[in-house]
Design a binder for this molecule. Structure first.
Ligand code: GLN
Length: 543
């Protein structure tokens, strides 16, 4: 039977609960255990799919096509375990399930209430779809005391009771340093734990984020006030790279405290060599490259979390530091001539995924610059669509080409996908249907054309990559574009959906319809990112 670890947060948000959980899971994995991670999100949206990335950060897509919270990206990057739809749920989805049952008459005329109906649905979700995992880590979004999170807290309290020795609670808090007093303060932690205990949850372990080491005495004090043994009060100090978190937590005895709380005494020692190697490569790079990311959500870098990490992984693979130069694409619309200046010193250009018209023309200008000046170019999803529009406009004699995503162009070389194949089923969508949950989502196969650059990079004939898009490059323009120097080097197995375009006569120019950044890991960098960073490095040696 799997053991459950519930992770809650207190004091303030953004303490890195997702990362903390992911790092702990990786430590348990390093000891030979099988782990699974999931997240319960208290907000009302059914999923984060329709949420503005500015507010919520990136929407992370799983193989099975779920649009989930970005923390699931951390989980996968630290454990390599592919997340599933059953690993993320929101209040909205829980209520949707309960209300559907109520409408069907499943509650036989009973009054439907938060306790037990909503809490039961949460409990069912948290414990469903578990196989032979040794540990299941369940993170509760938000902080203790939030109105929205109460049903989740109640549900995990009940689970703690039901599972008894097979469940523990970890609470993440902040121990702030007050410069004026020259002291670390434990009071916010005490209050947060008090709040947690008032709803019936006694934490087994406290993970305390702190800017500086917490003296022994302070730790004992926290333990005493919060009813936790002093060795289960773990300090979580800032580290040089997020991939150092597992090593740092291990050093502080976090995984040992977890095993201890479960009464496990025969756990194997962890093999941390993988993390040591990653940290060593990250902090001792042998060079650096500057990569421009031309996007529109650049003020909140969480909007491009997986992308940033994938570029870092590409850097780890090549032993170089990747400096990301974030560029708001609208800049290039306001001042057309700024492009060359802005890209001086840049060794490669990447246009990431995006939605809507704002900033699109600026992205197209970035593509022109990369293509004409032979600077490595990586277009992801929207970035591939913009590259195709650029080629049609500037090389294939279609000066008014565009995408129906933001207008009616002559012609629309990118258009809404109304039909595609999933396994042996055909999925159809109407052009004016709902926005939520109607995209082509999740993992789809793509065939690589032998002799192409991507075939060489992947070293495979068929790949599986994750998708999240509503529009597609119209295959009807394959021939004209191939005549002017493009190659459609990746296609869906039926040959009707362009998945990859490249320019063979360019050092590195690749556009992909999928999101390779969702599958890259520090210990297994994605081949496209590895190759792209290498191309940036080669380019840096030319200039
Ligand atoms: N907006 C484009 C589409 O829906 C691209 C999506 C994306 O970049 N993820 O097809």
């Amino acid at each position: 039977m799997a053991r459950f670890i519930f992770v809650t947060g207190g004091v303030v948000s953004s303490l890195g609960k997702g990362l903390a959980g992911a790092a702990l899971a990786s430590l348990l994995q390093a000891r030979g255990y099988k782990v699974r991670m999931r997240k319960l999100d208290p907000y009302i949206n059914v999923d984060p799919g329709t949420m503005n990335p500015y507010e919520h950060g990136e929407c992370y897509v799983t193989d099975d096509g779920a649009e989930t919270d970005l923390d699931l990206g951390h989980y996968e990057r630290f454990t390599g375990v592919a997340s599933k739809q059953s690993d993320n749920v929101t209040t909205g989805r829980i209520y949707q399930t309960v209300i559907r049952k109520e409408r069907r008459g499943d509650y036989l005329g009973g009054t439907v209430q938060v306790i037990p109906h909503i809490t039961n649905a949460i409990k069912e979700f948290a414990t469903a779809d578990i196989g032979d995992e040794d540990f299941v880590l369940v993170e509760i979004g938000g902080t203790v005391g939030d109105i929205e999170s109460l049903p989740f807290m109640e549900a995990i309290r009940q689970l703690g009771n039901e599972l008894r020795n097979n469940a523990i609670f970890i609470h993440l808090t902040l121990v702030p340093y007050i410069a004026a007093a020259g002291e670390l303060k434990t009071k916010p932690t005490q209050h947060s734990v008090k709040e947690l205990r008032s709803i019936g949850i006694q934490p087994d372990i406290l993970l305390c984020r702190s800017e500086m080491p917490i003296p022994e005495g302070q730790r004992a004090k926290i333990g005493q006030f919060c009813n936790v043994p002093p060795e289960a009060v773990i300090q979580a100090l800032d580290v040089r790279t997020i991939y150092e978190v597992p090593l740092s937590y291990h050093h502080e005895g976090f995984d040992a405290a977890v095993l201890n709380a479960f009464g496990i005494t025969d756990a194997p020692d962890p093999d941390l060599s993988k993390w040591e190697e990653i940290v060593d490569r990250s902090i001792n790079p042998e060079g650096e490259v500057n990569i421009a990311v031309v996007g529109k959500y650049i003020e909140l870098q969480d909007a491009y979390k997986s992308l940033t990490e994938s570029l870092t992984h590409g850097g780890i693979a090549n032993k170089v530091k990747v400096n990301i130069d974030w560029i708001e694409s609208e800049e290039f619309e306001k001042d057309r001539d700024s492009v060359a200046d802005r890209f001086s010193g840049v060794h490669a250009i990447l246009v990431p995924g995006g939605f809507g018209e704002r900033g699109a023309e600026g992205k197209i200008r970035a593509v022109t610059y990369a293509r004409e000046n032979k600077i490595p170019y990586f277009g992801i999803c929207y970035g591939m669509q913009m590259a195709v529009i650029e080629g049609c406009r500037n090389l294939a004699d279609m000066p008014h080409a565009g995408t129906s995503e933001f207008g009616d162009f002559d012609p629309n070389v990118v258009g809404i996908m109304t039909e595609w194949t999933k396994g042996n089923k055909t999925e159809t969508r109407s052009a004016d249907g709902d926005l939520g949950g109607t995209m082509r989502l999740g993992s789809y196969p793509c065939d690589l054309i032998p002799g192409s650059k991507v075939h060489e990079i992947y070293g495979q004939d068929r790949i599986d990559e994750r998708h999240r898009h509503r529009y597609e490059v119209n295959i009807a323009y394959k021939e004209v574009l191939e005549k002017v120097g493009y190659k459609f080097s990746g296609l869906s197995p039926h040959g009707d959906l362009p998945e990859i375009v490249e320019i063979p006569d360019h050092p590195w120019f690749i556009g992909v319809q999928f999101h390779p950044e969702l599958k890259s890991k520090p210990f297994d960098p994605h081949p496209l990112f590895k190759s792209f960073v290498k191309a940036a490095l080669d380019h840096s040696r030319l200039v």
